[in-house]
Ligand binder design. Structure first.
Ligand code: G6P
Length: 610
């Protein structure tokens, strides 16, 4: 979603801002813009529909000198993707602003401002904010006071970067409901939606809290909390190397991230296992004591992270013996629900900034859960900071919009959680030892599956002229089928649906003909015979079957049936193994179709608004 970068420095900032925007491209956007204050006190701006590269061309053609500036990638919410709706927005050539979030009372403010003579040049909810700040500046307020007064009237979510043409010494930032960090340099300071944007210029960051207002000069950062009190926020050093966000020799980030999975899983396991056991401190020092009393688990997430939660439900109930409810965050947050006794509330999120997941967490905290746990890939994200317990997946930065390594590392985290909780319930030491051995062997197994890359690339050709695809699975492979369908639709734009194979006769069988590829996930488990009957039903109606099965599965290739063999593993970690070929399939279909694999149309990596 929208990305913000800002800089106040002693050197020209346009190149820094553009590089920051390039590094935020992964969040998803449809237009980009940049503004700087030049030496003569004139605000100059460039805005372009489409890619940051176009904006960079516009800046190259007509350079923007200046040492104070703000920049933005916009993911349209209010008003179509168009140059006039792109940020920065300006009021009376004096005040300029970039915004991430949604202003809920923008209509009311717009009416007031129209009556006061303000002219609107966009359909965005953002423009009311810049006019509101301008009105305060006009009353003689300083920039920081103007932003404080104006934001006091806003309802909704925002991260803001603001500059005033009459004040070349300040960049003001505000955070309420949307992420924003401050980059600390020497004689220069920056703001951005995440640390990745600023890694080329600094590795020292201040993570703003909700409700914070910050005033940046070249030499100083001053912060006030929601109550208007001056506060000191710690400076943290990021260990993410700037190169971690580079694509390297891979054609796409998604491809890189698929192939990074053995390493990401090994990193996620590091320091969490000891001998045949999961270390008790894996979920934090107080976790063991707390877990003893847990009788129930609720897991809430969005998108791919929700699919990880669905797999965990099978593990929690079958392996740990704990009742487990799973729900998408956007539903959970608006539903009246009964909080089970002694329940652990778990959120899963790659980014830790997904608006619905955060809102669900805040609601859960207020409603009597025994504790909250975040499984997250981004340290210092809002979700991490607001949860009682935290498990960080060490997948490294995930840039491709379609989540891959974040998903498999989330599954690893959930398996560890199943063990950590299960110990106090159904799980015995032998099963724990078996699981730990499987986890230790997992990176190697995934390496083996990745060797299927060429086979799957060849298979992908069969999908490129298709409009639809059906994915089938049973048991814990049902959520994996859902994840496979999601991957395919996200990046290849082929309509793909997943069904629990047992539901086939209750509707989707009507869709089956020669034009409908059916992808089935078929490990050698207790449900195999049932699944085979479902596959026969598809075959009898001319459906084109692609079956991912392990070597033990007695399935013959034949007319309309292709079987891709995976190394044999164990029921308990099969979901992780069978995810990989589905990721590869989606990836290769998208490459063959020539879509924008890493930044699929209309989608955002980090959904920071509802
Ligand atoms: C977006 C992304 C997905 C992601 C989902 C949840 O839709 O495109 O890849 O699974 O958000 O994001 P989170 O960061 O909370 O896991």
């Amino acid at each position: 979603m929208c990305g913000i970068v800002g800089a106040i420095a002693q050197r020209p900032v346009a190149a820094i801002l553009l590089e920051g925007l390039r590094r935020l491209e992964y969040r998803g956007y449809d237009s980009a813009g940049l503004a700087v204050l030049d030496e003569s006190g004139r605000l100059d701006r460039r805005r372009e529909l489409g890619k940051v590269a176009r904006l960079a061309e516009a800046v190259a053609a007509s350079p923007l000198p200046g040492t104070l500036g703000i920049a933005h990638t916009r993911w349209a919410t209010h008003g179509e993707p168009a140059t006039h709706n792109a940020h920065p927005h300006v009021s009376h050539d004096r005040c300029m602003l970039v915004h991430n979030g949604i202003i809920e009372n923008h209509e009311e403010l717009r009416r007031e401002q129209l009556a006061a003579g303000y002219v609107f040049t966009s359909e965005t909810d953002t423009e009311v904010v810049v006019h509101a700040i301008h009105a305060e500046l006009d009353r003689g307020q300083s920039l920081i006071e103007a932003v404080r007064a104006a934001t006091g009237r806003l309802r909704g979510a925002y991260a803001l970067g603001v500059i005033d043409a009459a004040d070349p010494e300040h960049l003001v930032a505000a955070r309420e409901g949307s992420p924003l960090v401050i980059g600390v340099g020497f004689g220069e300071h920056f703001i951005a939606s995440d640390v990745f944007a600023l890694l080329p210029v600094t590795n020292r960051f201040i993570f703003l809290e909700e409700g914070d207002l910050a005033e940046l000069t070249r030499d100083q950062v001053r912060i006030w909390d929601r109550a208007g009190q001056r506060v000191e926020r710690p400076i943290k050093t990021s260990t993410v190397a700037a190169e971690a966000t580079e694509r390297g020799p891979y054609r796409h980030y998604m491809q890189k991230e698929i192939f990074e999975q053995p390493r990401a899983i090994a990193d996620t396991l590091e320091g969490r296992l000891t001998g045949e056991r999961v270390l008790p401190e894996t979920f934090g020092n107080q976790a063991s004591e707390l877990f003893q009393g847990i009788r129930n688990v609720t897991i809430v997430a969005c998108g791919t992270s929700f699919h990880a939660a669905l797999v965990a439900r099978y593990w929690m109930e079958a392996v740990a013996g704990l009742p487990c409810q799973v729900e998408v965050a956007s539903e959970y947050r608006y539903r009246r629900h009964v909080v089970p006794e002694h329940a652990l509330f778990v959120t899963i999120s790659q980014s830790g900034e997904t608006a619905d997941t955060l809102a669900a967490l805040r609601q859960a905290k207020a409603s009597g859960y025994a504790a909250t746990l975040a499984i997250c890939n981004v340290p210092e994200s809002s979700l991490v900071r607001e949860s009682d317990l935290v498990f960080l997946t060490h997948a490294g930065p995930e840039i491709g919009v379609a989540s891959t390594k974040a998903f498999t590392t989330q599954l690893v985290a959930l398996l560890l959680l199943t063990i950590a909780l299960g110990r106090f319930h159904r799980l015995d030491a032998t099963t724990e030892a078996r699981l730990v051995a499987l986890l230790r062997a997992l990176p190697g197994k995934i390496e083996d599956v990745l060797r299927l890359d060429e086979t799957i690339a060849a298979l992908a050709e069969r999908f490129i002229d298709k409009q639809h695809a059906l994915f089938l699975g049973r048991g814990e492979q049902y959520p994996i089928a859902m994840e496979g369908a999601l991957k395919l639709k996200e990046i290849s734009y082929i309509h793909a649906e997943a069904y629990a194979a047992g539901e086939l006769k209750h509707g989707p069988l009507a869709l089956i003909d020669e034009q409908m590829p059916v992808v089935a996930v078929a490990p050698n488990n207790a449900l195999l015979e049932k699944l085979k009957s479902n596959l026969e039903e598809v075959r009898a109606r001319g459906g084109q079957l692609v079956v991912f099965a392990d070597f033990q599965v007695p399935l013959e290739e034949g007319e309309g049936v292709t079987v891709v063999r995976l190394p044999e593993t164990d029921d308990l970690i099969d979901p992780l193994i069978f995810t990989i070929p589905l990721q590869l399939l989606a990836y290769h279909v998208a490459v063959l179709k020539g879509t924008d694999v890493d930044q699929p149309r209309n989608l955002a990596k980090s959904v920071t608004v509802e």
